[in-house]
Design a protein around this ligand. Structure first.
Ligand SMILES: Nc1ncnc2c1ncn2[C@@H]1O[C@H](COP(=O)(O)OP(=O)(O)O)[C@@H](O)[C@H]1O
Ligand SMILES: [Mg+2]
Length: 371
């Protein structure tokens, strides 16, 4: 029998690449990495199983992969993070593999389209509207109800997400976000999403993150994380995730039902989902549904009772195997993303060994680079 072949789409900057690669090695499958590495440089560091494709021109990327894979059957396509989900869906469709439609991936990538698609679903949701960057924020005051949240349509890790409680704070946040979206980083990428700001009603409540796996539309919850920090703004920096959740079984069932409903409306049917929601007297209010695994290094706290990692589980599932999710081995468990206390240049890091010696700490990873 031939070895199965898996395509992994991972940008050069992805934290997720190593974990996915390690999992693929443990599964004895052939892996082809689709990277956005510059073609000139990739010739200098040739690597057997890497193909450079232009993520920003997906049709061209698909054609290149199809050409490359003419005599190499493909059994699964896995996006490592948000920026690669649409391309993954286009490829899966091209190879006739089960997965989500490119449109459903687009709805999850763009926070305005996400809200717009869920608006008629009957699920609890905030009021929202989007405006072009050139809009005068002072002229918007009458449309905005406070407190509100301003956010970019397509960034992640809470980047650019700000709360405003008054017209003055609104104008300040708008101008600040506009400056970010007009900076070189985004102007160079020329993504249409960078031209807008989304304004949402502020949703009070406790926040949870959900890791799930969809199989032909049926949702299995892998775990629910509590985010115990208050997260009331004005910024929403990522910090602590704890599992298992302390929410009651009834609330957990409601979270699961709400997320499955949202996936159906968005057109997500197969593969991993990572979602975030706030819980209040309106019920479960979704903040985000992403057709991928949890970001950063957080997935390292997953080890299922079947002995496999989250990445291995997702890859096996994509290859069409039956996967038993079962319980997490390491539970209770938690992850803390170390907050950045202020602006400046990182010049040194101290205390890492000391932190490693604290009872209960199993790993300390510093991904920031010291200048
Ligand atoms: N409408 C809202 N009301 C209250 N808090 C919000 C709202 N939107 C976002 N947040 C907070 O900001 C965080 C990041 O927002 P999110 O839309 O998930 O952006 P990102 O994709 O960057 O994670 C959320 O986890 C939540 O804490
Ligand atoms: Mg989020």
């Amino acid at each position: 029998m031939r070895r199965k072949r898996l395509i992994l789409i991972a940008p050069t900057t992805s934290y997720r690449l190593n974990d996915f690669l390690r999992a693929a090695e443990s599964l004895d499958v052939e892996t082809l990495i689709l990277s956005n590495r510059c073609r000139t440089l990739s010739r200098l560091w040739p690597q057997q199983n890497v193909l450079s494709v232009p993520y920003s021109r997906p049709a061209e990327a698909v054609a290149k992969v199809v050409d490359y894979c003419q005599d190499r059957p493909v059994d699964a396509v896995i996006p490592a993070d948000d920026s690669t989900t649409v391309l993954a869906a286009m490829l899966a469709q091209q190879f006739g593999l089960p997965g989500n439609s490119p449109d459903s991936m687009r709805f999850c990538r763009n926070k305005y389209l996400f809200r717009h698609n869920l608006a008629q679903s009957g699920l609890p949701a905030p009021d929202f509207f989007q405006v072009p960057l050139r809009e005068n924020p002072e002229a918007l005051e009458r449309r905005v109800r406070f407190p509100c949240v301003l956010k970019p349509l397509h960034l992640s890790g809470s980047r650019g997400v700000m709360r405003a409680d008054s017209p003055a704070e609104f104008v300040e946040a708008f101008v600040r976000l506009r400056r970010l979206l007009q900076s070189r980083e985004f102007v160079q990428k020329k993504e249409p999403e960078s031209g807008f700001i989304l304004i949402e009603e502020y949703i009070p409540g406790r926040e949870v993150a959900i890791e799930g796996l969809l199989s032909e539309g049926r949702l299995d919850i892998l775990t629910i994380f509590d985010k115990p920090d208050p997260l009331e703004g004005p910024f929403f920096e990522e910090t602590i995730y704890l599992t298992p959740t302390r929410e009651t079984t009834a609330v957990q069932a409601n979270i699961s039902k709400t997320l499955e409903h949202a996936c159906r409306v968005l057109g997500l049917r197969h593969g991993p989902v990572h979602a975030e929601a706030r819980l209040n007297d309106r019920g479960v209010v979704l903040l985000e549904v992403a057709p991928r695994t949890i970001g950063g290094l957080c997935s390292r706290i997953f080890e299922f009772s079947s002995g496999i990692s989250l990445e291995a589980l997702v890859q096996r599932h994509a290859l069409g195997e039956q996967v038993a999710t079962g319980d997490l081995i390491r539970s209770p468990a938690g992850v803390m993303m170390i907050p950045v206390p202020g602006t400046g240049i990182l010049t040194s890091i101290e205390g890492v060994d000391q932190a490693r010696r604290v009872p209960g700490i199993v790993e300390v990873s510093i991904t920031a680079e010291v200048m």
